[in-house]
Ligand binder design. Structure first.
Ligand SMILES: [Zn+2]
Length: 325
């Protein structure tokens, strides 16, 4: 068996036992000499592909002649009943922030299509690992989608239904959504708490657990990710690219990060730069010590999101976090 969901009988917390995953190719560590996601190795079975206009156009867009723009494979080392890999593009090196904007939009649209395809089969969880510190084993940019059985309770923080920004550290009942309109209009005056984009709120909850983590929530609250509209996809691509760009200036070219998309209703995207290592306190207690003030992160975003001042970021705006606790 590839994997098994196990529940701790005392704490009721779930884990996945997946020892076969230890055998997966770790190109980053040099255990396989070739990249399974590159064009030279694209003959293997796939679930889906988006064809390129022509190999010549792909060469212009991605620097490599390919008859596809994006491919989806089954994960050969799954830890869930459905476990897919979405290869961002034929480009082995460049991720969202350095691909054509149209390609970033295509990737996000593909998330939506796959989400809708698997909706109802379980909890559709989409996540991206970039860099070794973020758990990446194949550096060719890709995203994973897993469908987790409903019986497995996932402890993912929810957006606070009472607020358009901020979160509760633990899940809240969605039934508290009543009187949403009132609380929305009341809180909409608190502009200083976020960066206001056209279709999204970008904010740093005061309960942030990681330095520089950023939450992106659609202004149309209470929706499933599968309900994202075309204009929201365009805006989200822009937001994601800009966040990665300014964090690259702040944390360096090879900075590792993760993001995930909340699988249930009232979706959001949470981006987490992996610039600190967890310590024994956090591992034992599941209580995080954050040495970066989220207000400082937000001030940084407000200053640089719309018009990044590259020189200033490089010179002055290095994060004040420390790498360990
Ligand atoms: Zn590759």
């Amino acid at each position: 068996m590839d994997f098994e969901f196990l529940q701790n009988p005392i704490t009721k917390k779930w884990m996945v036992s997946a020892p076969r995953r230890a055998k997966r190719p770790d190109q980053a560590s040099g255990t396989v000499p070739f990249c399974p996601f590159c064009v030279e190795n694209d003959k293997k079975e796939e679930l889906f592909r988006v064809k390129s206009e022509s190999p010549k156009q792909a060469k212009r867009d991605f620097g490599v002649e390919a008859d596809w723009n994006l491919r989806i494979l089954e994960n050969k080392f799954p830890f869930a009943p459905i476990h897919e890999v979405i290869i961002h593009s034929p480009d082995h090196n460049n991720n969202f922030e350095r691909l054509p904007i149209k390609q970033a939009e295509l990737i996000l649209k593909t998330y939506k299509e796959r989400y809708k395809l698997h909706q109802g089969k379980g909890q559709v969880y989409i996540f991206h690992n970039r860099g070794k510190k973020a758990g990446e084993s194949i550096p060719h940019p890709h995203t994973q989608l897993v469908v987790i059985p409903y019986s497995v309770h996932l402890e993912i923080p929810r957006l606070d239904p009472e607020s358009y920004v901020g979160i509760a550290p633990h899940p809240l009942e969605i039934s508290k959504l009543s009187d949403k309109t009132n609380s929305l209009s009341r809180r909409l005056t608190e502009k200083e708490e976020m960066v206001d984009n056209e279709y999204f709120y970008i904010f740093c909850p005061h309960t942030s657990e990681w330095p520089d983590e950023v939450w992106v929530a659609p202004k149309r609250r209470g929706k499933l990710f599968g309900e994202i509209t075309d204009v929201e996809v365009q805006d989200l691509a822009h937001v994601l690219i800009r966040l990665i760009q300014i964090f690259t200036l702040r944390h360096g070219n090879e900075f590792s990060f993760n993001f995930y998309i909340y699988p249930d209703s009232d979706w959001y995207l949470r981006l987490i730069p992996r610039i600190k290592t967890l310590g024994g306190f956090e591992l034992g207690t599941d209580v995080f010590v954050n040495t970066q003030d989220p207000k400082e992160t937000l001030a940084f975003l407000k200053e640089h999101f719309n018009n990044p001042d590259e020189e200033k970021i490089l010179k002055e705006n290095q994060a004040t976090y420390r790498r360990g606790v």
